[in-house]
Design a protein around this ligand. Structure first.
Ligand SMILES: Cc1cc2nc3c(=O)[nH]c(=O)nc-3n(C[C@H](O)[C@H](O)[C@H](O)COP(=O)(O)OP(=O)(O)OC[C@H]3O[C@@H](n4cnc5c(N)ncnc54)[C@H](O)[C@@H]3O)c2cc1C
Length: 558
């Protein structure tokens, strides 16, 4: 923000119950400071506190507060005391009559008063401005950065707070985190008049407080699109990972009316990768969030609608139309569909882990939680590339990172380049033949019990953070009975459906399914959700693009 823009978001607030005096103070302040500061006037302590709360929620700054001493209901000292809870850094001035100077002097200690001004202050050039000039100079030298972006106030070990942070981060919504136990967090709770029991409190850039918002509410309030603009499209893409984004970019750029539906945030698994080193064209690697954010913007630029927090729960065939249904009972139709729903992390079934998920136990959220690992001894479970990348990334913040691997070595499951990287990071150690069999903790993770799979020996270690990357499964149960899936739930497509030359069950067309076409004509699958797929970013993107080509072929030859 430029200095000019910053100061205009900065207010001087004045409160006096006598409307005439209130107007006169505001007029004098405006005359000298109106170019640089917003002058806010109130006629009661309650109104002024409300104005301060609103400004706090919007992230505005308050440089100085001038309050009349003799006000009914709440006198100036009581008001300033409460105002300090919201804006502790604002300079405080009490306006008093001569008879009240005793009270004003007492207030110097009670509310750490910066100055008291005797009324009347005419001429202001002599009695008012020199005082305010000095106070503003003092205020300007202190730290008073504004926070115009989304603010999240929450508890470090709350599962929902962790989910909300992850949701905002994955949607590239800039936010600032405040611990509810810390003074600024308390001030924001006070400004929102929230009790602090229901967390997180999310404050939008416009200053609206949302208590424990759902993902959908959050999405709509921080400017993410959630509602389709049409009820019929050429192409519906389900899933916003690399395959879905690839399909949306190619679909929209080739003139198809395209909508992409994503149940949480775009990016998919790739969005959680700290560094993708094997994607074509990025010799120095690229963070998954950067890559997928660019893809999302590219899809939008070509005119694709990209909707978040829209989980598809059913797929119906309605004559030549394909219909997807949402949990709220609404639906949209299209000529064609590309399933790009990828895979989701498997849960580890050890006692204690479920209750501590989001409270020190995280499935794949290494990026969001990295800063909380500062100087901690942390554990990463998994032997594949995702675990290796997370360990390397977290090691930059943590005191130590221990990778727990069930098997006897990393060689069978992790890329060679990553094993070499891990060997070169001094604060990473690898424990092979080790599994987590229990997690304990009151309101957050405190210890883990580890078992040596070779000897059966167990050991309990202190642990505050555990990150799990233990493989993934497709979430395709909602497609049961609609498209053919393999025994693990992956969607079967193309030649795999007709390996023996037979048509898939229910297939009525003369031709066999196209390469990425499922057992329902016009419904295609791309990326990790496809049976026998490569499980790589590049192949997911490639399949998204190829699926669009097949969509064109389907539309031409229907
Ligand atoms: C930490 C990590 C690091 C990785 N590193 C690399 C790497 O370096 N190089 C590499 O090539 N690969 C890497 N991979 C693998 C790569 O990310 C995946 O192969 C790729 O993301 C698959 O893309 P996809 O679009 O098929 O599926 P996903 O990325 O899984 O995306 C699927 C999306 O669909 C959404 N979705 C699911 N069901 C629904 C529904 N019913 N309605 C709406 N939306 C739905 C999900 O929320 C998700 O966003 C990594 C994976 C992880 C987890």
């Amino acid at each position: 923000m430029t200095e000019q823009a910053e100061t205009i978001r900065t207010a001087i607030i004045t409160v006096d119950d006598d409307p005439g005096v209130s107007r006169a103070v505001a007029r004098d302040l405006r005359r000298r400071y109106g170019q640089r500061y917003r002058i806010v006037r109130a006629e009661s302590g309650a109104d002024a506190l409300e104005a301060l709360r609103q400004m706090k929620l919007r992230g505005d700054l308050v440089a100085a507060i001038l309050a009349d001493y003799r006000m009914p209901e709440m006198n100036g000292i009581e008001f300033l005391e409460r105002a300090m809870d919201i804006y502790p850094g604002a300079r405080r001035v009490l306006l008093t009559a001569y008879a009240d100077t005793g009270a004003a002097i007492d207030a110097i200690n009670v509310v750490d008063l910066d100055h008291y001004l005797l009324k009347p202050w005419d001429p202001p050039e002599e009695k008012l401005y020199p005082v305010i000039d000095a106070l503003l100079d003092a205020w300007l030298t202190s730290d008073h950065r504004p926070v115009p972006e989304t603010k999240v106030v929450g508890h470090r070990w709350s599962a929902r707070c962790s989910e909300v942070r992850e949701f905002l981060a994955r949607n590239q919504v800039p936010y600032r985190w405040y611990n509810s136990d810390e003074p600024e967090g308390q001030r924001l709770l006070e400004a929102a008049q929230a009790d602090g029991l229901s967390l997180p409190l999310v404050i939008t850039p416009a200053g609206d407080p949302l208590i424990e918002p759902s993902d959908a509410e959050l999405a709509s309030r921080v400017g993410l699109a959630t509602t389709p603009s049409k009820d019929f499209y050429d192409l519906i893409v389900i899933g916003g990972g690399p395959a879905g984004l690839g399909a949306a970019v190619y679909g929209a750029s080739e003139g198809l009316r395209t909508v992409l539906l994503e149940r949480t945030a775009t990016g998919g698994q790739a969005g959680q990768s700290s560094r993708i080193e094997n994607y074509l064209g990025f010799p120095d690697g690229v963070s998954g969030a950067q890559l997928t954010d660019r893809a999302r913007r590219q899809a939008a630029k070509f005119g694709a609608e990209v909707l978040t927090t829209r989980e598809v729960i059913a797929l119906d065939v309605c004559g030549s139309a394909r219909r997807v249904r949402f949990a709220d009972g609404t639906s949209i139709d299209a000529h064609t569909i590309i399933l790009a729903t990828g895979v989701t992390y498997r849960r580890l079934a050890a006692p204690g882990l479920d209750g501590l998920t989001g409270r020190g136990v995280y499935y794949g959220s290494a990026l969001t939680e990295a800063s909380a690992c500062l100087d901690q001894d942390i554990y990463v479970v998994g032997g594949a590339n995702s675990a290796g990348q997370a360990a390397v990334y977290l090691a930059r913040h943590a005191k130590s990172v221990t990778i727990l691997v069930r098997g006897p070595s990393l060689e069978q499951s992790m890329s060679y380049y990553l094993i070499k990287q891990i060997e070169e990071v001094p604060n990473i150690s690898v424990r092979t033949c080790t599994e987590v069999i229990e997690a304990t903790g009151e309101d957050h993770l405190e210890s883990l019990t580890l078992r040596n799979t070779a000897t059966g020996d167990t050991e309990t270690v202190d642990a505050q953070m555990l990150f799990l990357f233990i493989g993934a499964a497709p979430l395709t149960d909602w497609l049961d009975g609609v498209v053919v899936r393999d025994s693990a739930g992956f969607v079967v497509a193309g030649p795999d459906l007709s390996a023996d030359g037979e048509r898939p069950p229910g297939w009525e067309l003369d031709r066999l399914p196209y390469h990425l076409e499922t057992s329902v004509p016009g419904v295609f699958v791309a990326g990790d959700a496809r049976s026998e797929s490569a499980k790589r970013v590049a192949s997911a993107v490639g399949e998204g693009a190829l699926a669009v080509m097949l969509v064109h072929r389907y539309l031409e030859k229907r």
